[in-house]
Design a protein around this ligand. Structure first.
Ligand SMILES: Cc1cc2nc3c(=O)[nH]c(=O)nc-3n(C[C@H](O)[C@H](O)[C@H](O)COP(=O)(O)OP(=O)(O)OC[C@H]3O[C@@H](n4cnc5c(N)ncnc54)[C@H](O)[C@@H]3O)c2cc1C
Length: 391
């Protein structure tokens, strides 16, 4: 069996490739995520994508999209990921916008959707708390009604990009006496509201990507609630359905395996022998097979969406496999390139492949934690996919 795209889809793929090659220069591999220069270049490129309507191509036309198919969007994401270009458009596009279309009021849609589609605002996600990650429904940040407002007190953690975001979409507890899933409400909150403090959390690479966010008597208009009061958990559940198919894992992995394969070729001796790490040939073949499996798992998710089905454990399979594969490729790359792969400065002449794999090795650690850990994905696959009882 051979999966094939239509002629139109292949033409579109070519158009995306050309646009990226003409308009996007990847930052140096040593550029820190969140560097002002990297951010500015990324924002500029996203705006050019927004202008073409590509960031929201699968949104309905009435909400500023192109009404394109999920498959077309997958092709776009595959090409941007393969080329390391920022094509996701952030949480506004992948989560808040689609969620607003289902649960938002007309005023909320009017206010937010055009700005999201135009890449004019950035959003952070205020879900996790110090005691509530995997068990998200146990969250404690409180919102109490006061006239036309709610007043929020509490703390969020691991909030990616909160320091650069204009808005935050946040889950709060509005009824502490109800069963935990039924006392949660969902708000859209302007990050400039008085009482919000963002404190950086620096990761092991020294990068500032996520934060702690504190809320002290923060007033949010009741009109900013998305969905009904105390039904925020179910709004949040819709949002998780909009998270990505995972095609980025396979596209990025394919590029890395190609880089390693080329390196093996370039460094093979005159007798055609590969570099002297044992098992390189077989391991490269294994990683290539795994990239293909990852690709097919993500295609399945998108195919279901194209059939108006909501992917569930299928998306967990794609996420668990793709994120673990990113770690396997990075680990294998480190081993294949040898000790010097620990040199991660692009300008270092002794750093193989400009230090990419040393950094990938560290950067992929959180892949199996963010957006639901591998253990949680496996719980979902076991219960909802295999029908096994809860452990
Ligand atoms: C890079 C990164 C970016 C993030 N960005 C955001 C963000 O922008 N906004 C946001 O709200 N959150 C964000 N998070 C937080 C992320 O959603 C949580 O880290 C994740 O849900 C796990 O929660 P926890 O860290 O509290 O770990 P815990 O839930 O405490 O889990 C600890 C360990 O126990 C395991 N475990 C827990 N429960 C079970 C179970 N029932 N069965 C089996 N094993 C279990 C977990 O798999 C894990 O190994 C981010 C995290 C990372 C790493």
């Amino acid at each position: 069996m051979e999966f094939q795209f239509t002629k139109e889809q292949e033409t579109f793929r070519g158009e995306v490739q050309t646009f990226i090659d003409d308009n996007w220069s990847p930052p140096p591999v040593t550029a820190r995520p969140g560097d002002p220069d990297t951010n500015a270049a990324s924002a500029l490129f996203q705006k050019s994508l927004a202008k073409k309507g590509w960031l929201t191509m699968a949104w309905p036309k009435e909400y500023g999209g192109l009404g394109a198919s999920h498959m077309q969007q997958l092709i776009f994401r595959e090409e941007t990921s393969y080329r390391g270009a920022p094509g996701g458009g952030g949480q506004g596009i992948s989560m808040v916008g689609p969620c607003l279309m289902v649960h938002g009021t007309e005023e909320q849609k009017k206010e937010h959707l055009p700005k999201i589609a135009g890449a004019e605002v950035s959003w952070a996600q205020g879900f996790s708390e110090p005691g509530s990650g995997s068990d998200l429904a146990s969250l404690q940040t409180r919102a109490i009604r006061d006239g036309d407002d709610f007043v929020i007190n509490g703390q969020k953690i691991w909030t990616s990009g909160a320091h650069d975001s204009d808005w935050i979409h946040i889950l709060t507890r509005t009824d502490p006496d109800a069963p935990k899933h039924r006392g949660i409400s969902y708000f859209l909150l302007d990050m400039r509201t008085p009482g919000i403090t963002v404190r950086p959390l620096v990761n092991m690479l020294g990068d500032h990507e996520f934060n702690e966010v504190f809320f002290e008597d923060v007033r949010v208009p009741a009109a900013n609630m998305m969905g009904d009061e105390n039904r925020g958990w179910y709004v949040g559940a819709t949002l998780l359905d909009f998270e990505r198919s995972g095609v980025g894992w396979s596209a990025n992995g394919r590029r890395q395996v190609e880089q390693l394969t080329q390196y093996a070729r370039d460094t093979s001796g005159p007798d055609g022998k590969l570099i002297d790490s044992p098992g390189v040939r077989a391991a490269l073949a294994d990683r290539r097979i795994e990239v293909e499996i990852s690709r097919l798992l993500s295609y399945r998710v998108v195919w279901m969406q194209s059939q108006d089905e909501i992917p569930n454990y299928e998306a967990s399979m794609s996420k668990a496999y793709g994120s673990e594969l990113s770690q396997r490729i990075a680990l294998f790359g480190m081993g294949m390139l040898g000790l010097s792969s620990q040199l991660v400065e692009e300008s270092d002449p002794h750093a193989p492949l400009k230090g990419e794999f040393g950094r990938a090795y560290m950067r992929t650690v959180p892949a199996t934690i963010a957006a639901g850990t591998s253990e949680i994905q496996r719980n979902i696959i076991a219960t909802r996919g295999l029908g096994l009882p809860r452990g």
